[in-house]
Design a protein around this ligand. Structure first.
Ligand SMILES: O=C(O)CCC(=O)C(=O)O
Length: 330
């Protein structure tokens, strides 16, 4: 996996009225971003009322530290079981996670990559999280033309589990071992998803639902770890993932005391430093693991679609719907 430092443009306005306009646009954007997520949040509270205190407190450093004290030490029971990830040392990965919030050196075997990639190309996905928009990736443009609207993402939802190679990765002991060493022995699988991100001109609301083009952190559980794998070659034109090193255990007070999880690039760069964001590019099969409390984002693909898989671990009972990355739409 290649990682390079980036300094996303922050777009400084040159006079007062431009500043005012930018402030109004930001406010409108914030409201839209919150609005698209509200139905999902309400469904989460109904399914599991314990989600609400997590959602309010896990964004604060004292709240997180207190919860981290409940982590039980992994008993090593699954250490050294056979894994498809040859040559990866769990301790090295966990050291990098503790230090930077990310370990960028995972690699799927070629046959597994090939199988998941073939599955992702052949299996119909759901556009913009909407189960009424079903198409195969090769029909993306035709589907946009037919519907007369941009389609930014295509999720396979529960269909991902029909692919045996996805299950092989999901159940690999090395991933569980890294999760147990980092999150504690309570670590359990909470997500498995495969999805496309397509090059298109998407609305603010669609980009927000797809977690694209805005630094944010995830609040689906008190402590989380996400393994991501690219299933096509990903370069600058394929919407690479970006992670802000060191942002997993340090947070500006302003960002702890707001309900928003997304924040403007300039605020992130000012606080964590211009060299802290890394852009992750790599061949099909390359992967990385990150603590998603650290600021991160996908970027919108400009040239080629990206196919990606996520295997996520947390410490609380998983939500059935979130397991495959499905939000509730209005
Ligand atoms: O698409 C990506 O690279 C980012 C996904 C993301 O931000 C998330 O899962 O929270």
């Amino acid at each position: 996996m290649h990682s390079s430092s980036v300094s996303p443009a922050s777009g400084a306005a040159s006079n007062a009225s431009a500043n005012d306009l930018e402030a109004v646009a930001r406010k409108g954007g914030k409201l839209k971003r919150m609005a698209v997520r509200i139905p999902t949040y309400m469904a989460d509270i109904r399914e599991n009322p314990a989600w609400l205190p997590m959602f309010l407190l896990a964004r604060t450093i004292p709240g997180r530290r207190a919860h981290w004290l409940t982590a039980k030490k992994s008993n090593g029971a699954i250490d050294n079981l056979p894994t498809i990830f040859m040559g990866v040392n769990a301790e090295t990965a966990v050291d990098a996670l503790n230090r930077d919030g990310i370990f960028p050196d995972l690699q799927l075997p070629a046959d597994i990559t090939q199988e998941i990639s073939a599955f992702g190309h052949a299996t119909p996905c759901f556009g913009n999280f909407d189960r009424r928009i079903e198409f195969t990736a090769s029909d993306h443009r035709a589907t946009e033309d037919r519907l007369g609207r941009p389609i930014l993402s295509g999720h396979h939802f529960e269909r991902a589990l029909d692919c045996p190679a996805v299950l092989t990765v999901q159940r690999d002991p090395l991933l569980s071992e890294i999760a147990r060493r980092y999150l504690g022995a309570q670590a359990q699988l909470i997500t498995t998803r495969t999805w496309w991100s397509f090059p298109t001109k998407a609305s603010e609301a669609d980009r927000s639902l797809a977690s694209l083009d805005k630094y944010h952190f995830d609040l689906d559980d008190w402590r989380m770890l996400k393994f991501f794998f690219y299933l096509v070659d990903v370069d600058q034109g394929t919407g690479p993932h970006v992670f802000v090193r060191g942002s997993h255990n340090k947070r500006r007070m302003k960002h702890q005391l707001t309900l928003l999880v997304g924040h403007p690039a300039d605020e992130i760069i000012d606080y964590y430093g211009k060299d802290s964001p890394i852009t992750l590019t790599g061949k099909a099969g390359s992967g990385f693991v990150e603590d998603p409390f650290g600021f991160h984002m996908g970027t919108v693909a400009t040239e080629k679609p990206r196919l990606m898989m996520e295997i996520g671990f947390g410490v609380s009972k998983p939500s059935r719907r979130r397991f495959h990355g499905e939000p509730v739409l209005r």
